[in-house]
Design a protein around this ligand. Sequence first.
Ligand SMILES: Cc1ncc(COP(=O)(O)O)c(C=O)c1O
Length: 400
Amino acid sequence: MSENILTYFEQIKAQGLSIDITRGKPDAYQLDLANELLSMNVEPFDGDVDLRNYGEPFGIQDARILGSDLLSAPVDNVITGEQSSLMLTYQMILSKYLFAKSVPWKDIEAPKFICPVPGFDRHFRMLEDFGIEMITVPLVEDGVDLDVLSDALQTNSNVLGIICVPRHSNPSGEVYSDENINELFKIGRHYSEDFLFLFDHAYLVHDFLPTKDQTAVWKLAEQNSTTNQTVVVTSFSKVTFGGGGLSFMAAASDNLDLIKRIRGSMVICPDKVNQKRHTKFFKDLSAVKDHMKKHADLIRPKFEIAYKALEKLDKDVGEYSQPTGGYFITFKSQKPIASKIVELCKEAGVLLTPAGATHPYGKDPKNNTLRIAPTFISEKELEIAMDVFITAAQIAHNQG
Ligand SMILES: Cc1ncc(COP(=O)(O)O)c(C=O)c1O
């Protein structure tokens, strides 16, 4: 190994850096884009509805219509909730666990779920909470690897469903093709009429480069007669304010009844004042899309900075994703050195999402996948963090 790189690394360490690129959060300039919401006046009444009081458990009409436009689902199938789509997903799973019509999931022996990998750590945590075993299926360029999925379903009983991020998948950025989703529906429905297709559309409107066409998931579910088995969620967490936006869910028949039932035990109604603010801020879907173009202009340069560093690494060290939207870059090392890279970055004062977080149970069998979240920090800090990253990757590779 060249002495130079080790000396350089010691010099970086001596700088006492403290940079955190663990989570995909919007930066303050992105949040500023929605500052109007902070001071927006809302009238107490929206038609007959007193926004200040309990009522409208499924969201105010305007907010449900906006959700219906976002998800291309009929308004009666859409619930607009509080700020977190993850919570809606959790509530959906909880309701299936307790009350699913045929058999509540809690009474199913050794329940399992399909998790495309790499994936989102909080999905894995949620399924682990319910004691649901996670079966991994790799992602390919246009979605889930359907051959591996078919094999997994052939060899496993009691698989309850799949959870996936169909656009700008967290973290590797795949955009599922219509064909892939259609096949997914066919395979899952053939396996069981209770098989649940959970689509987390967290990055539905988060393109920062031209992105391939995708028919709305709900429309595809209609065409495949799988709406009864399909649930789609999205939110404004990365549209307006992280943890201060709105969440949306489309569901049908039993699933819609179940989510309404479980939410009835938990929240009397969502924050209608915030819903009204949002529907004043975004009159319609095209206003959301215009707003997201401003986000894109702020995000794109951050990804370009990250690529500029990553392209200095030899392909032998590893390769990285170049998504057209979303919040993450995935780095895949050739050698099993992901945890070593994280360790070295930490020594140099740069915090990365832990190695393994992209896989269920925190275990990446190849120890080669890392998630880089370039959006939150400033461009200057990002340049420094990426320099640390590529230096650490090179050292880990040389030593590995
Ligand atoms: C795939 C995915 N789903 C859900 C969330 C969280 O969404 P929310 O804030 O609406 O709960 C995130 C945030 O990082 C995410 O990446």
